[in-house]
Design a protein around this ligand. Structure first.
Ligand code: PRX
Length: 651
């Protein structure tokens, strides 16, 4: 079913198990497995209990309205404000002077924001946005590095009811332009630059290029971070963050939002070339991120919780900002690279702030593994008590290394499966209950009805594999694709009537543990970044030298997958290393450096079926140096044979 099936057979021989360490279980928030049965008996009551732990301005009348499926509504009639729930409600007790955000910049500068500080900063910026004419319902694009102004801007948007659309700082000007145009944002928030490996990422330059000519953006708010782009401010359009907030009042009433009002949109890659704006709403999203943060990360009052993701991706939205802050936790954020100035930077951060929880991606763990134990060994990491992973399947070796060398053999590792679309974690252990198996995300979260189906929709039992689906709606589910309800229905709900299709393959072992196998569509997962083959292909054919292109993900030891592109050149263009370099650069420029192909192979023709569909499966076989699969449906089998001869033995 997927290219990873072989790797999976190896996984199934994985028989190490890790029951919750007794010390951990004794103090875990959740230690009674009865929570699963209770939740599954009445999922709506289960979720309503969590929603009831949030502060509502007006109670809901109906927990779930699924009458217009697949357009769900949760906590219908209720009103609340996310910024109020993440900040204000913590101010009336001992949490008011607790660290909400501990931030460290790559050059080594750092800053702590208490909940009270955060309140002031968010209110000031919310007033600043209002002074620019931003009103409830207006979209705001945020293109920032990992600086404190990023969560402050998000919470300020939430406070006044303006949905944010965050664009990861690694995206190019052109990707940013597409997202601004699709969301019709009136304001953009950016910075003069951000630090990465000692270099400045020129965000303002990209931001300027993205709104050249016709644009919905009227104002750009600029954070001064690297102090190098002062001459780039455009009078009348651009305003410095510090000037905007300078004289703003310190309070700003939170806007009462309907539970189903949009909180944010976040663009992600699908099977087509055009990224889709995934829409999340207020009450359900906050309930989902609040509940999963509390139970999966076992959050306690004195935890120092660090999720190493970038807020530009959904992990940062849900598990740096909204979930932890709704719980009144202390959330650490770091601006830069893990190897700057040295390869022990993450562990220096753990030691410096006494982090108790660390949540990162398998690709990072594999990199650390490769660098060796000497780097974590330089630091006292005895504060850690729980570890997490997200973004891609984790191979058991990396899991065990993480357990041993980062967790010191005492910290449960929670492997969390979810997606931009699901808003919150769907499959993961509860660390006080679940016996862990390295490489398995274990069980669906209570109240989530996951299943594995075959092509026909039959449920696959223990020992089998197929397509991962979610049978029942859940509070933090996406509500749609911005401006494209048809694509929403078609993409997620048409494979199986009324059932959410994840596009992931999975297997169940004999004990009904889930083992994720990777995507079954044309999405590749490069270093836990989601990239569509179609996006890269359109970037390639956009270059005048290219006639046709097909991309695939090839297994990669550290990145999980690497992009390999097969291109046919236009007639007059000769094959050369210079062309390869140019094409790689072209893709990086069009999309962003994370989409740069590792390899570009020239092909006289691409292998196609008789109906003209490119057979990526065979290209994967070529790129991974495997025997070719079934070629009988090809229009011309010689095409792929030739490619195999040319490139097949490289691996
Ligand atoms: O293929 C799955 C993989 O990442 C995809 C979702 O990507 P994105 O929307 O960018 O969100 C990433 C962070 C939640 C999924 O379809 N994925 C995510 N977590 C895991 C995973 N694959 C295996 N194991 C995981 N824990």
């Amino acid at each position: 079913m997927t290219q990873n099936t072989g790797a999976f057979e190896a996984l199934l021989q994985e028989d190490r198990t890790y029951p919750p360490p007794p010390d951990f279980a004794a103090h875990a928030n959740i230690a009674d497995p009865a929570v699963y049965e209770e939740a599954n008996r009445d999922p709506q009551a289960f979720w309503a209990r969590f929603a009831g732990e949030l502060d509502w301005f007006k109670p809901w009348d109906t927990v779930l309205d699924w009458s217009n499926a697949p357009f769900a509504q949760w906590f219908v009639g209720g009103q609340l404000n996310v910024s109020y729930n993440c900040i204000d409600r913590h101010l009336n007790g001992p949490r008011k002077n607790k660290a909400a955000i501990i931030w460290e910049g790559e050059p080594g500068d750092w800053q702590v924001y208490t909940y009270r500080d955060l309140y002031r900063e968010v209110c000031k910026f919310a007033n600043g946005l209002k002074s620019l004419g931003v009103e409830k319902g207006d979209r705001v694009t945020i293109y920032l590095p990992m600086v404190p102004e990023l969560p402050i801007a998000m919470l300020a948007c939430a406070r006044i009811g303006a949905p944010h659309s965050i664009v990861f700082g690694g995206f190019s000007a052109e990707s940013l332009r597409d997202r601004i145009e699709d969301s019709q944002s009136k304001v953009m928030i950016t910075a003069d630059g951000g630090w990465r490996r000692g270099n400045i990422i020129p965000l303002k330059q990209n931001a300027d290029a993205s709104i050249e000519g016709d644009t919905p953006v009227e104002n750009v708010v600029v954070v001064r971070r690297t102090a190098h782009a002062d001459d780039m401010m455009q009078a009348g359009r651009d305003v410095w963050w510090h000037d905007l907030v300078a004289n703003q009042p310190l309070t700003c009433e939170p806007e009462p939002m309907d539970s189903e009002d949009m909180l944010f949109m976040l663009y992600t890659s699908g099977t087509t070339g055009k990224p889709k704006g995934i829409v999340h709403t207020t009450g359900g999203y906050l309930t989902g991120t609040y509940a999963t943060s509390k139970w999966i990360f076992d959050l306690k009052e004195d935890d120092v919780y660090w999720c190493t993701a970038d807020i530009g991706w959904v992990t940062g939205h849900s598990y740096i900002v909204y979930g932890p802050l709704a719980n009144g936790a202390t959330s650490v954020m770091y601006e830069g690279s893990p190897d700057w100035p040295d390869r022990d930077r993450f562990w220096a951060i753990v030691e410096k702030y006494g982090c108790t929880i660390c949540y990162t991606a398998p690709t990072a763990i594999r990199t650390f593994m490769r660098w060796g134990e000497e780097y974590p060994n330089r630091h006292d990491m005895s504060s850690l008590r729980l570890l997490g992973t997200v973004g891609e399947p984790i191979n058991p070796e990396a899991w065990v290394w993480y357990w041993q060398h980062i967790g010191g053999g005492r910290c449960p590792v929670v492997d969390t499966w979810w997606q931009t679309e699901t808003g919150a974690v769907m499959i993961a252990p509860l660390p006080g209950i679940t016996t862990l198996k390295p490489g398995s995300a274990t069980q669906a979260f209570p109240g989530i009805e996951a299943a594995i189906l075959d092509e026909q929709g039959n449920e696959i039992g223990p020992g089998g594999g197929g397509y991962l689906v979610i049978r029942q709606p859940w509070p933090s589910m996406l509500r749609g694709i911005y401006g494209d309800p048809e694509r929403f229905v078609q993409q997620y709900w048409s494979n199986y009537e009324g059932i959410y299709f994840t596009s992931d393959g999975a297997k169940l072992d004999e004990e009904s543990y889930y083992w994720l196998l990777g995507r079954v569509d044309d999405v590749i997962n490069v270093s836990a970044h989601r990239i569509s083959t179609m996006e890269v292909e359109s970037a390639l054919v956009d270059n005048l030298k290219v006639a046709e292109a097909a991309c695939i993900g090839r297994s990669h030891e550290v990145k999980g997958q690497a992009i390999v592109a097969f291109v046919t050149l236009k007639d007059q263009v000769g094959r050369s290393d210079a062309v390869i370099a140019e094409l790689k650069q072209h893709v990086a420029g069009k999309i962003g450096p994370m989409a740069r192909p590792d390899d570009i192979y020239f092909a006289a023709e691409l292998p196609k079926t008789r109906s003209g569909k490119i057979m990526r499966r065979l290209l994967r076989d070529v790129a991974e140096g495997r025997a070719l699969g079934d070629t009988t449906t090809l229009a011309d089998p010689a095409v792929v044979e030739m490619l195999k001869e040319q490139y097949g033995d490289e691996e």
